[in-house]
Write a protein that binds this ligand. Sequence first.
Ligand SMILES: NC(=O)c1ccc[n+]([C@@H]2O[C@H](COP(=O)([O-])OP(=O)(O)OC[C@H]3O[C@@H](n4cnc5c(N)ncnc54)[C@H](OP(=O)(O)O)[C@@H]3O)[C@@H](O)[C@H]2O)c1
Length: 274
Amino acid sequence: MTQPLLTLNDGSTIPQIGLGTYQAPADETAKMVETAIGVGYRHIDTAMIYRNEAGVGDGVRASGLAREQLYVTTKVWNTDQGYDETLAACGASLDRLKLDYVDLYLVHWPVPALDLYVDSWRALVRLRQEGRVRAIGVSNFNVEHLDRVIAETGVVPVVNQIECHPAFQQVAARAANAQRNVAVQSWSPLGQGELLGDPVLQSLARKHERTAAQIILRWHVQNGLIVIPKTMNAGRMRENFEIFDFALDQDDLAAIAALDRADGRMGPDPLTFR
Ligand SMILES: NC(=O)c1ccc[n+]([C@@H]2O[C@H](COP(=O)([O-])OP(=O)(O)OC[C@H]3O[C@@H](n4cnc5c(N)ncnc54)[C@H](OP(=O)(O)O)[C@@H]3O)[C@@H](O)[C@H]2O)c1
């Protein structure tokens, strides 16, 4: 199955859909990743804090595909922030993954209380120069955090991975990222599965003879977002991947736009999370 590639601000490309692995148990991750690659996924999202990087690396190797055909993301955790600490954390992640490089390395959270995210970002710039990571980005950065790393280093993150789903659409943040040429990756794109019973999404699912999950993921894709739905189940992996052969119309998009809620956030607030 084919999938779109998006071109990022450094000229590199990223598959628009990836497999999320948060809460995938360490001993089941290799099989999960191998299965997803068999379904057609070429992009896997992990993080040090998910404690499953070793399984991701094993799954990549078990797939039998050449390394260049796959796109692997990992992230530096909050307690490893700082210049030297981030360099060391990346080395440890590569050791666990047993990979020579990752395609994308992210600062997982800004943690403003620590005030180390600019130092961490400088380390990412060096890691890219050294070839240990191919592209560098951030996650959970508000506009002020983004502007600060850009102003202090002159290097614009290729992506900002933020919570985004129909109940929390991040319209202003998406526009601010787009203005800075930063691609947005949606985490918890399915609202952690909690939005699947929504009557509007259910009705769109009936209209298009799809599932509510496919309607939601198609909404992300049509909005130019990169999506990383997580599932352990092979059938749902396939379902989530089969979103490139239909389109939502203007009425559908308007109906989904109306699901946005001021209190729709499900995860932590980047200003306070540490
Ligand atoms: N950067 C960050 O701070 C951050 C934060 C959170 C998440 N993330 C990343 O984003 C990824 C996705 O977010 P998420 O895992 O929080 O939530 P999600 O992808 O929105 O939802 C995952 C949940 O939905 C279920 N599900 C998936 N596909 C389904 C389908 N087709 N039908 C019914 N249920 C389905 C899964 O259960 P089953 O496994 O049983 O199918 C799981 O319980 C994470 O795995 C992680 O890689 C990043």
